[in-house]
Design a protein around this ligand. Structure first.
Ligand code: NDP
Length: 444
């Protein structure tokens, strides 16, 4: 297998899907050597079977706004690979959604879910519906229309969706409600549900907390503590909020958060009270991060990302390709020594190269943000057993899983000089498990 041939073939067969090529390139480049040590993988054409999703469902979603105007959006589900368990992955509602983005997310999810040690395959889906400025009733009607099409392709042992950008507890609840009505079953087919109807405690917190747990594991390898470290976080949604909460509880000082309009810089730190303000602003009033600067009299930079502010640690937690090579060089010049990704593929390949060249601690989202997928897996287990674990029990299991993911990265990613290439480690560990299962299950 040669990386450039794999990529050329994908580009020829699936034109104009840059995020998808980027995700494939990162994985295939990391596993090339290991893959070529197993001639049976090549005979069975594992790489092509792994790069191309098992199935893609696409459909029209028609819904009416509050004024009675009728709109149409596209809906998709990319069922990437179910060799380890039911398809599992997020649903994203954002104006930018297209097949390239969903294929990259589904591809990543297969390896991430493999790393969690839980029996889950990889999938992703969503719509180009823009939830910004929509009323609750409009969100509900859209979710119901979306599920009216998708419901027949998902199920507790088939495909279990979760949240992602633009899809939080509110949207999951509306989709789950409609699914139950159509399927006439209470099997918990979504994860991220409300705790009153089968959701797991710690699921909302899991991605952010998990990222901080992973960061701690990395810091330990260099004898560094997290207390008093200055952290730049991007985003102000689910992942960012719980990342900041956990960082605060460990004594770090978070100085930035952002949204698609710009970022705030608060050198005194976004403490628990200020974070509460952000949670209300974002989760209840669906407001803009700019309002934080107005409330607390700090700097707001319109149309920019926070990577030019001095920090020890960066935790990108908004979206893909939000941290460029230039941003990475600025972070490094300002003394940043660790980057742990809450978002999916937030650093461009040039940024990743810069981090590796500098030898700093760098964790790709595939490993560092796997806490969300992990607790989704734990939610599925609780639903299947028809019982609920306490917050402490789930948190403890989450910590064990993040530790194990870190160990897998160390096992496969430790370089001769003793440094760990977490990209290589995560990709090889995730791939080997999927590859062994594919080999065992025959040509499908
Ligand atoms: P949310 O919708 O809750 O928050 C997303 C945040 O990112 C918002 O602050 C949003 O700003 C900002 N954002 C979105 N798109 C852009 C953009 N194009 N440019 C700048 N900012 C943007 O999503 P999540 O917190 O759930 O997800 C964030 C990231 O984490 C995604 O990459 C997702 O794939 C990843 N992730 C999430 C998991 C989860 O459990 N939720 C699990 C694993 C990964 P605005 O409000 O202005 O849109």
């Amino acid at each position: 297998m040669k990386v450039n041939e794999v990529l050329e073939d994908l580009k020829r067969r699936f034109p104009n899907e840059p995020e998808y090529y980027q995700a494939v390139d990162e994985v295939v480049s990391s596993i090339e050597e290991v893959y070529n040590q197993h001639p049976e993988f090549e005979t069975n054409n594992l790489i092509e079977r792994l790069c191309i999703p098992d199935r893609i469902v696409s459909f029209r979603v028609t819904w009416a706004d509050d004024a009675g105007r009728v709109h149409t959006n596209m809906g998709y589900r990319v069922q990437h690979n179910n060799v380890l368990g039911p398809y599992k992955g997020g649903i994203r509602f954002h104006a930018s959604v297209n097949l390239s983005i969903l294929k990259f997310l589904a591809f990543e999810q297969t390896f991430k879910n493999s790393l969690t040690t839980l029996p889950m395959g990889g999938a992703n889906g969503g719509s180009d519906f823009n939830p910004k400025g929509k009323s609750n009733a409009e969100i509900m009607r859209f979710c119901q229309a979306f599920i009216t099409e998708l419901w027949r392709h998902i199920g507790p042992d088939t495909d279990v969706p979760a949240g992602d950008i633009g899809v939080g507890g509110r949207e999951i609840a509306y989709m789950y409600g409609m699914y139950k009505k159509l399927a006439r079953e209470n099997t918990g087919v979504f994860t991220g549900k409300g705790v009153e109807f089968g959701g797991s405690l710690i699921r909302p917190e899991a991605t952010g907390y998990g990222n901080v747990y992973f960061l701690q594991e990395m810091l330990v390898t260099r004898g560094i503590g997290i207390k008093d470290k200055v952290v730049a976080v991007s985003g102000s949604g689910n992942v960012a909020q719980y990342t900041v909460e956990k960082l605060n509880s460990l004594g770090a000082r978070v100085v930035t958060m952002s949204d698609s309009g710009g970022y705030i810089y608060d050198p005194k730190g976004i403490d628990a009270e200020k974070l509460e303000f952000i949670a209300e602003l974002k989760n209840l009033y669906r407001g803009r991060i700019r309002e934080y600067a107005e409330q607390y009299g700090c700097k707001y930079v319109e149309g920019a990302r926070p990577w030019y502010e001095k920090c020890d640690i960066a935790m990108p937690s908004a979206t893909q390709n939000e941290l460029t090579g230039k941003d990475a060089r600025t972070l490094l010049a300002n003394g940043c020594f660790a980057v742990s990704e809450g978002a999916s593929m937030p650093s461009t390949p040039e940024a990743v190269d810069a981090f590796h060249e500098a030898g700093i601690l760098y964790a790709p989202g595939k490993a560092a943000n796997a806490g969300g997928a992990s607790v989704s897996g734990l939610e599925m287990s609780q639903n299947a057993m028809k019982l609920s674990w306490t917050a402490a029990e789930v948190d403890e299991k989450l910590q064990v899983i993040m530790k194990s993911i870190h160990e897998q990265c160390m096992k496969y990613g430790t370089l001769p000089n003793g440094c760990v290439n977490y990209v290589k480690g995560a990709n090889i560990a995730g791939f080997m498990k999927v590859a062994r299962a594919m080999m065992a299950q025959g040509i499908l």
